[in-house]
Unconditional design. Sequence first.
Length: 312
Amino acid sequence: MLTRSPDEAAAHIRAGRLAAFPTETVYGLGADAFQPDAVEAVFAAKGRPADNPLIVHLADAGRVDQVVATLPASADRLLDAFAPGPITCIVPRHPDLPSVVTAGLDTVGVRIPGHATAQAFLRACATPVAAPSANRSGRPSPTTWQAVQEDLDGRIACILQGDPTEAGVESTVVDCTADPPAVLRPGAVPVEALRAVLGTVEFPEEEASDDAPRSPGTKHRHYAPAARVHVVQESSEAESGEGTAYIGLDPPPAGDFAVVRRPADVEAYAHEVFAFFRECDRAGCADIYAQRVPPEGLGRALNDRLERAAAR
């Protein structure tokens, strides 16, 4: 079912069914966080590994106590500074929150989206909503409702239609149970902005792969199109040929590429990259060359998504 009514989409959530909805980052796939069967259906619909925790989405900060045992001071400061918006705080979970949401962890990621349609939807749900991105597991995150439909048509009850998402990369995830707080997943809020609020913020290069992931997007292969993704430093490293594609800030080398995208800046690159991956899949591309960007600001999140898409 396609709808533009937040109330209609929320009725599915309250009934224990799944509904996709737009946020300022990517489209999410929601279930009532307090209905374990519905949450398990999210994992089934996506083909998502059971050890990959979900983020709980709230309409406003007044609902945090429903899912959080205690709110660390760092989380309180981050939510005050960046929420509603693309920030997710890892905090101690409330004992009443079903463990399927957190993949058995004693922590939970909480986020308050800033998107107007998401806000209306969450208010109408009248319950915390557990939601990963609304795509098949491992695929590029969906930035349009059409991308959700490509991956999940027939697997979920409802898609709440909205415009293409603004940021194009997911929320920044910060472990607020750590001292100092640590970025688990770079995202739409740059590390520099976090440090302006908190002072010291750790930015580990990689989470240990044999540990239970405390955040989505850190352990399993993510964001990948069907084509092989080759991340290059210089555009000249891209190899043209039948079934190849290129995306980067610099122009591609001379040659024939099936699909070429040259975003105007890092923000545009981040906004376009997942849609570009899906365009390459529709064009039947076998190889994609994606140029890295300077590792600062939003560039950290963009490079992270490119590297994870390239992982095999």
